[in-house]
Design a protein around this ligand. Structure first.
Ligand code: ADP
Length: 279
């Protein structure tokens, strides 16, 4: 259904509307990014001529096979690494390093083990020297949002993997970042917990409308979560497709069995197969 051309980004919209019909301002612009890693005489082209344009309140998933440069791209958005060529602009400013405007959630659990759940969520607020009552109000709000109010005084070792990731999401959101950057956050979870977390993530997005950049190699996860998907090819990572997803805003797990969902999942799968280097 969707043709594929090497080295170009095709823009498609699942309603068939031209993309020019969408009027929105860019929150994140990465233009013609190359990333080359050098180690001794060896050079690895991790990313080649990749561009993304993400609007305020987008839930954007970047999907592609392992090793295609997704984490590299996300790290560059976070300011933890830098392009070899091209610029990254967030909120009209060039990214020159990490900043509190970007919250991160990683696949590995990153909570402070010596702090309670509540104190983990308050961590960034304490650093900002926010007054104690306001910190508590924000922590309570996000504990409620992630459904863990009863675990406020628990420690990370008392939580399951899914619960730890809920707290990591709450901690990132509590700082009111401009952008939430998520690096395969549910990749280590069992399939059931992963589905529950996907539902929770959509629910959070419905309520708070954060601008999210979420990377995953799981096509089904990307289609379920995103309003916009960038598809990356196998290494060197190129952005080969930009897709506007017009599935319903309110999403339940039954959506995964609908013809629209299955069609989009299959077409992304085909794009990834046809981008694999041939022998
Ligand atoms: P993905 O997240 O899609 O799995 P990565 O961004 O982790 O991919 O990696 C993209 C490519 O860049 C891979 O080939 C990886 O081996 C390489 N790479 C990543 N980080 C480094 C590094 N610090 N030094 C050298 N090569 C790296």
């Amino acid at each position: 259904m969707f043709g594929f051309k090497r080295n170009t980004i095709e823009k498609i919209d699942t309603t068939g509307r031209p993309l020019s019909a969408h009027v929105a301002s860019s929150k994140i612009m990465a233009s013609h990014i190359d990333k080359i890693y050098t180690s001794g005489k060896k050079q690895t082209v991790a990313i080649e001529n990749a561009s993304v344009d993400i609007q305020d309140n987008d839930f954007c998933c970047i999907v592609g096979p392992s090793g295609c440069g997704k984490s590299t791209l996300l790290r560059m958005l976070a300011g933890l690494d830098f392009p070899s060529k091209g610029n990254i602009i967030i909120n009209d400013r060039k990214v020159t390093g990490p900043g509190p405007d970007r919250g991160m959630v990683f696949q590995t659990y990153t909570l402070f083990p010596w702090m309670s759940v509540e104190d983990n969520i308050k961590f960034g607020l304490k650093i900002k020297k926010m007054d104690e009552a306001k910190q508590q109000e924000i922590a309570d709000r996000y504990l409620n949002l992630i459904g863990l109010s009863k675990f406020a005084k628990s420690y990370p070792k008392e939580l399951s993997g899914g619960m730890k990731q809920r707290v990591a999401i709450a901690r990132a959101l509590a700082n009111q970042p401009e952008v939430l950057l998520m690096d395969e956050p549910f990749g280590a979870l069992d399939p059931h917990t992963k589905s529950v977390m996907q539902l929770l993530m959509r629910e959070i997005w419905e309520k708070e409308h954060p601008t999210v950049v979420f990377i995953t190699h799981d096509i089904e996860e990307a289609v379920f979560l995103a309003n916009k998907i960038y598809v990356m090819s196998a290494r060197p990572g190129r952005v080969i497709k930009e897709i506007q997803v017009h599935l319903p805003h309110k999403r339940g797990l039954e959506l995964k069995d609908t013809p629209e969902f299955i069609q989009l999942r299959k077409s992304i799968n085909e794009m990834l197969y046809s981008s694999e280097p041939k022998e």
